[in-house]
Design a protein around this ligand. Structure first.
Ligand code: SF4
Length: 371
């Protein structure tokens, strides 16, 4: 027979040092965290805090806010104080906002060394201010705004160019005794991006923030990010992730969490195991799966619900799940923990599944099983 393989974690995590982004540890074996970025004007404190609250509710662990103007910089202190999750200020072009963000008590500051003028000369002061306040810095290299010197040297934003830029800037900070750093080397091409992170991972032990930049609209961006993060995380590379989508930030968080859950890097919450349907299906599986998903949205317990179109794989999958249905002949056999508990007419499948799911969830909560 085939020897049984234990189910192992997808990979040994790369050994990285740890930084603290507010209460969230990044690197050094800490769970991979999910972050996103607000789309509001940061100076609109109310709207920004509102969006941060929505992001927090969706499971976002760290939030980044843009800081292109003085009004935005002035808003940072209030936002950092009132946000439920740590706030990172995202600074391009203007070093003065780096200092403002540190003073404002942001949990970290992202700098883009490629577009901060005379960045190298400012590093000493930035390092001192960040050290005084215990503020970590993300060196966020981006293909679209790569340091001119490296663009000239390599001709384009190759993995080597991205990594050289990041490590050069990191070395300047290190020279000033500052190593509270995480790094990103983003590119819109997942293949370049994956190679850049591999190279970076091999050359340093900084914690890494993964991102495919300008990944595109929701569908394309989701696939690109899932493929790229999947490749890297399955090699143990990556300490925090941000999915970039041309879509509301809450969607980015949902995708990010799902990627981590898929790789078992985060406990799975609600999981719908539904079949793709085929010529044997005796029920509209798409509709049933959608209705069950909608009915159970927001459940926080790790529940596996099988929705199967016929009796071929139906009962088998339904039995493996906490709860499931196998359809056939206008009826649904409802399974709970491997036992058929009842058979209901097709019109009652959804409500029965939801009812049973609620009962199991209640029991799980009482038993203290939560995601
Ligand atoms: Fe087809 Fe049945 Fe498998 Fe669904 S469970 S894909 S309907 S064989």
């Amino acid at each position: 027979g085939v020897p049984e393989m234990p189910v192992r974690p997808i990979a040994e995590r790369r050994v990285s040092r740890r930084i603290q982004v507010g209460p969230v540890a990044v690197g050094g074996g800490a769970p991979v965290s999910v972050q996103s970025m607000t789309t509001t004007r940061t100076s609109d404190i109310g709207a920004t805090l509102q969006q941060i609250a929505e992001l927090t509710a969706s499971g976002c662990q760290i939030v980044r806010v843009a800081c292109p103007t003085q009004d935005d910089a002035d808003a940072l202190a209030t936002i950092a104080r009132k946000s439920q999750i740590p706030v990172i200020a995202d600074i391009h072009f203007q070093p003065k906002y780096v200092f403002a963000a540190i003073e404002a008590g942001c949990a970290a500051v992202r700098v883009n060394p490629g577009n901060i003028k005379q960045f190298d000369d400012k590093v000493k002061e930035i390092a001192r201010a960040a050290k005084d306040h215990g503020t970590p810095i993300r060196i966020g290299v981006n293909a679209g705004s790569l340091d001119r010197r490296l663009l000239q040297k390599y001709g384009k934003a190759t993995p080597e160019a991205l990594v050289e830029s990041a490590l050069w800037e990191a070395s300047l900070f290190e020279e000033h005794g500052f190593s509270d750093i995480k790094i990103s080397v983003k590119h819109n091409d997942p293949v370049v991006m994956v190679n850049a992170y591999r190279l970076l991972a091999a050359q340093s032990d900084y914690p890494l923030h993964l991102g495919v930049t300008e990944a595109g609209p929701a569908f394309q961006g989701t696939i690109k990010s899932a493929v790229a993060f999947g490749a890297l995380l399955s090699e143990g590379i990556g300490d925090t992730i941000r999915v970039s989508l041309s879509a509301p930030p809450v969607e980015e968080v949902k995708v990010g969490l799902q990627i981590l859950e898929s790789l078992n890097l985060k406990p799975r919450r609600l999981e719908i195991v539904s079949c793709p349907s085929c010529g044997r299906a005796q029920v509209d599986v798409y509709k049933l799966a959608d209705e069950v998903t909608a009915g159970l949205e927001g459940m926080e317990v790790p529940l596996r619900v099988a929705v199967m179109g016929c009796v071929v794989n139906g009962p088998g999958e339904a039995r493996e799940a906490d709860l499931g249905v196998a359809s056939g002949n206008g009826k649904g056999q409802i399974f709970v923990k491997g036992e058929v508990i009842k058979t209901v007419p097709e019109s009652k499948i959804v409500e029965t599944l939801i009812e049973e799911a609620m009962k199991i969830a209640e029991q799980m909560e009482q038993d203290g099983v939560a995601a």
